[in-house]
Design a protein around this ligand. Sequence first.
Ligand SMILES: Nc1ncnc2c1ncn2[C@@H]1O[C@H](COP(=O)(O)OP(=O)(O)OP(=O)(O)O)[C@@H](O)[C@H]1O
Ligand SMILES: [Mg+2]
Length: 244
Amino acid sequence: MGAYIIFKDVTNLRSLEEMVQRSDRLAMIGQIAAGTAHEIRNPLTSIKGFLQVLKRTFETQGMSKEQNYTDVMLAEINRINELVNEFLLLGKPKHIAYEQTDVSEVLSEILPIINNEAVLHNVHLQYKASTHLPEVIADREMLKQVFLNICKNGIEAMVEGGTLTISESVETSDHFVCIDVHDTGPGIPSFVIDKIFDPFFTTKDEGTGLGLSVCQRIIHDMGGMIRVSSKGYGTTFTISIPYP
Ligand SMILES: Nc1ncnc2c1ncn2[C@@H]1O[C@H](COP(=O)(O)OP(=O)(O)OP(=O)(O)O)[C@@H](O)[C@H]1O
Ligand SMILES: [Mg+2]
């Protein structure tokens, strides 16, 4: 008897789809770039910290020439920091090297860096080692990044000084090595705590908000998890890494 044929112009829809895909890709590139930039800033922070300590020593010993050198170096580091902040560094993903790793050993290697950061912020560092931690399968450098990021957050949270406690333990029932990082800072409000692992979420003027999202990705890739508990006063981050 008859038929209806309906034509619909979908050109707009198509180009919209393309735009969304493109912006997804751009967002991803941006995230990778920012993540790389963030991890360049971490070692820079420790270099800067030790230089500041050196500068103080030179100051107290009246070594003005050496003090000038440290000033120049600090200014240059600030320049790199600014560049890193501005530039989009399109780095390839780093090669990951999983190996049998002694978590205590990794921690004791970076303890001086954490302690230095703590001293500069008037924070007391406490380390409770556990004997005979089982070895985990992990990338050492990445583990260092995780511990540094989380300790740095704790230290930064204690603006009026306090104590940062790092303690090791083993959950034998689930086969996890656990590292607790506890600070005596103000804690994390409940309306913030759900967002802290989101990329780019930050409450700091100078923060990128990538620290915890990078940490979480690294620990997830190792089959572990990061939990946080904060009840009004103080915060504890627990990093659990499985052992075979
Ligand atoms: N120990 C802590 N105490 C209180 N708040 C915390 C603590 N750790 C993290 N946070 C909150 O989580 C947010 C996200 O942390 P994250 O490390 O991802 O980024 P950031 O520290 O702000 O920036 P960046 O790591 O780039 O310097 C912080 O801005 C802060 O509000
Ligand atoms: Mg951080």
